[in-house]
Design a protein around this ligand. Structure first.
Ligand code: TYD
Ligand code: MG
Length: 459
């Protein structure tokens, strides 16, 4: 490999990766201030990793789509059901997967667990952050061993490729992309041009050798993946590992996935022996209190393909100061304000002088609009100080005129509620079309207005 290179420098926005010939105060692309840093770049035309760089003699030729053999079934089963689900059925050979998350959330733990669980594949775990001994200690905590898992502490791209050549792994894990550096570029590790160059080399390797590569990425304080946006464009899949550090639960979501849906999520619990898969999320999202308390309502929700029941907690109290406070965790605040306005205007509940606090138990964020009905009910329950029986749950979206709008996959929601031992469920009346209520043992209430639910409940 001959590198005939001419060095030059350019300015890069550390936020979005925009390249500029001179320093700029405000990035014209992303609008951030003071993000431009000068980096030395090597612009060279003759650099290539494989032999396939001769443009006049391409190795691939165009094929008819019907002639292309599909290798859909050849996914690697990671032995981790939650991860398989998020990936859309397992690791695709040759895919580049980026796992992002805050420090301490458990990215390294997750990656090591995946590597140790893949017993029948040889994995190379490259860490630029920890020594091999530290990784071994982590492995001891997880309490799992695997002869096929190779660990190396390395940050140089060139050395990593020679380790790959010597060990010929089936899967490569890189912890983290921000610690890597290639000699081809003089910028420091973690800078935009280094991240971009290292990722593109790994991408080329992954595609040429059909080896899945897992990259761990840091995120910035406002929650974006550190490094250029281009990183997210280059990889096939972006997984976000999130959850409050104080909460025991961690959620893995795909924000981009070329080989599956992005609506799936995987739930884990951080224990002292590593991450445990939570296969029945409803159990953890419902608080284990036996007595029914006012201000809580349970929603039959769906996230991705999976139904589960979530507990909504509301606290309504008279505003101590002039302007009432509205605050919400895990639920969109604007939507909460809208629902409160609907209650005020359409159902005649006086809430404008009240503080309203809303919380979704378990520290998760929910995007399913069907949660609306439970939100409203929890607010009313707290306002009137009348508790709702533990055996009742709700599903339904609320429209601006106070109507309860139909939701998708009602069958699944009812079945899940029934499975978990609920006795009554309130569903939108419009969902009853084509639905055979008699097949359920749970009592199904069909409702079309908020007031109707209130009358049935608090009568
Ligand atoms: P880590 O994987 O190092 O996070 P990241 O790579 O995202 O920075 O894990 C971080 C936290 O998990 C750490 O605070 C300790 C905790 N932890 C456990 O609670 N149990 C365990 O078995 C392990 C390995 C870690
Ligand atoms: Mg780590």
């Amino acid at each position: 490999m001959v590198v005939k290179a001419k060095t030059k420098s350019a300015w890069f926005c550390q936020n979005c990766g925009l390249e500029s010939a001179k320093w700029v105060g405000k990035c014209p692309s992303c609008g951030e201030w003071n993000t431009f840093v000068e980096e030395v770049v090597v612009k060279s035309k003759n650099v290539s990793i494989g032999s396939n760089s001769n443009a006049s003699n391409p190795r691939n030729k165009p094929l008819k789509i019907t002639e292309i053999s599909s290798s859909e079934e050849k996914r690697y089963n990671t032995q981790n059901l939650e991860l398989n689900r998020v990936l859309g059925g397992g690791l695709v050979p040759g895919s580049l997967i980026l796992i992002g998350g805050e420090p301490g959330i458990g990215k390294s733990t997750l990656a090591l667990q995946i590597a140790l669980d893949l017993k029948s594949y040889k994995t190379l775990y490259v860490s630029g952050e920890e020594s091999a001994q530290q990784i071994k200690l982590r492995g001891n905590r997880i309490n799992s061993d695997n002869d096929n898992c190779l660990i190396v502490s390395e940050t140089s791209m060139e050395n990593i490729f020679s380790h790959i050549k010597n060990t010929n792994p089936n899967i490569v894990v890189i912890d983290s992309i921000q610690t890597l550096a290639t000699e081809r570029i003089e910028a420091s590790p973690g800078s935009v041009s280094q991240i971009r160059e290292c990722t593109s080399q790994l991408l080329q390797y992954a595609k040429q050798s059909a080896t899945p590569v897992l990259l761990i990425g840091h995120i910035t304080k406002d929650g974006n993946l550190a490094g250029p946006k281009i990183l997210e464009h280059m990889v096939d899949t972006v997984l976000q590992f999130e959850g409050d550090q104080n909460h025991m639960y961690r959620i893995l979501r795909a924000t981009k996935n070329r080989f599956g849906s992005t609506s799936e999520m995987g739930i884990y619990e951080m224990q002292h022996t590593g991450l445990r898969e939570v296969s029945n999320p409803s159990e953890l999202l419902l608080s284990q209190e036996d007595d029914s308390l006012s201000g809580t309502a349970i929603s039959a929700s769906i996230e991705g393909m999976r139904p589960f029941l979530i507990e909504i907690q509301a606290l309504v109290s008279s505003a101590a100061y002039g302007t009432p406070q509205r605050s919400s965790t895990g639920f969109d605040l604007r939507r909460l304000n809208m629902l409160l306005a609907v209650l005020e205007k359409r159902a005649g509940f006086r809430l404008s002088s009240k503080d309203v606090f809303l919380n979704i138990a378990g520290g998760i964020k929910v995007n399913d609009p069907a949660i609306d009905l439970a939100v409203i009910i929890s607010v009313l329950s707290s306002n009137t100080d009348i508790s709702i029986k533990k055996e009742v749950c709700f599903t339904g979206e609320i429209g601006l005129s106070g109507e309860i709008r139909p939701v998708n996959r009602i069958d699944q929601r009812i079945s899940e509620a029934e499975k978990l031992g609920f006795k009554q469920i309130f569903i939108p009346k419009h969902n009853s079309k084509g639905l055979d209520i008699s097949k359920f043992n749970i009592k199904v209430h069909l409702v079309s207005k908020v007031g109707q639910v209130f009358q049935t409940l608090f009568r």
